[in-house]
Write a protein that binds this ligand. Structure first.
Ligand SMILES: [Zn+2]
Length: 356
């Protein structure tokens, strides 16, 4: 069968290879891949900045956001049957206490693998196999948008962590700021709105028609920060900022997020801040402010099965209440169009999806 591969750390190594179709054992499930989404991590892998082949392989099959159909089940597999629609999680556990307990997203050793990213083949191929623990069933109601469940689960994790952390007090959050309006920023904003929180979605441009439609449908307020700057946000919003999700990875935005959290607020950094960036930060002022106002800053990465399941619930709600609005985020291409990573460069598209 065909697989889309790269040689890790080699820019321009994208190629189609013939690989063996996986053979399942009695505990495994064979999945026929239907669609694969691409994100910033894929771009970094394409640029040779990131990615690791499985042990013993010189190449990596890419793709970590995929929806597929169960094609065959092992004789010991109880919960899946041929024809089920599934999305697989990405990370595969090491043997630390968190991994053993189903929370490989909180791995202590860093020796996990990630399918399509780090040490394990991904899903941009005709078939993959896995064990049921890592497969999440997709109900019919969300089958046309389920390809986005993996990135959707990233913000589900972030928000559930925010609420878990804030159990440290009586907390009734009213106002959230989401920095960045890529797919992660938009998902975070939508999920916070489902929880009844006022959301200010911030970036440095006027919204595209698709984004505007989402803001209008969900009652999200958009702020274009290009003129007044991020420092002006607290004044502009005029309310205590209870929650920040930083989803740009831009150093200026990360710095601003640290400085504008409200009293008792929480700032979740959700995007990798690339490169090096020397910024003047007044540590005394920042420390003083964090201490006297009980503020929290934390990072969140990846997601586990539970967050995928939360994502399924929220996607169903959105599909029911907002008339299939999620699908408008997707631009689909036939896989034959994926000849170079440049196809991902058009910033006007929100989620690029390849139909296998
Ligand atoms: Zn671990």
């Amino acid at each position: 069968m065909k697989a889309i591969t790269i040689v890790p750390k080699v820019k321009g190594s994208l190629s189609v290879r013939d690989v063996d179709k996986p053979m399942i054992n009695s505990n495994e499930v064979l999945v026929k891949v239907v669609e694969v989404g691409m994100d910033g991590t894929d771009k970094e892998i394409g640029e040779g900045l990131y990615g690791e082949a499985p042990e013993g392989s010189e190449f990596l099959i890419i793709g970590h956001e995929a929806i597929g159909i169960v094609d065959e089940v092992g004789s010991n597999v109880k919960d899946f049957k041929k024809g089920d629609i599934v999305v697989a999680t990405v990370r595969r556990p090491d043997n630390c206490i968190n991994c053993i307990n189903g929370e490989s997203d909180m791995c202590l050793t860093g020796n996990y693998t990630e399918r399509g990213i780090k040490g394990a083949h991904g899903y941009m191929t005709e078939y993959y196999k896995d064990v049921p623990d890592f497969l999440v069933k997709i109900p019919d109601a969300i089958k046309n948008v389920g390809v986005m469940l993996e990135p959707f689960s990233i913000t589900e994790k972030a928000i559930s962590q925010i609420f878990a952390i804030q159990k440290r007090m009586i907390w009734k959050p009213q106002t959230a700021v989401v920095l960045g309006t890529g797919s992660i920023g938009l998902f975070g904003a939508m999920q916070l709105r489902l929880r009844g929180i006022d959301v200010f979605s911030v970036d440095r441009s006027d919204p595209s028609s698709i984004k505007k439609e989402i803001y209008d449908a969900f009652g999200i307020k958009h702020i274009n920060s290009s003129e007044k700057g991020l420092d002006a946000l607290p004044k502009e919003i005029g309310k205590n900022i209870d929650i920040i999700i930083e989803a740009t990875g831009n150093p200026d935005s990360v710095k601003a997020s640290l400085e504008i959290i409200g009293i008792n607020g929480v700032d979740c950094l959700l995007s990798v801040t690339g490169g090096t960036s020397m910024k003047d930060i007044d540590i005394a002022k920042l420390g003083y402010d964090l201490v006297l106002n009980n503020k929290i800053v934390f990072g969140s990465v990846n997601s586990n099965r539970g967050h995928f399941e939360m994502g399924v619930e929220d996607m169903i709600k959105i599909q029911e209440e907002y008339e299939n609005i999620l699908e408008k985020l997707i631009t689909r291409f036939p896989i034959s169009d994926f000849k170079s990573y440049e196809i991902l460069d058009d910033k006007s598209r929100i989620k690029n999806v390849f139909v296998m």
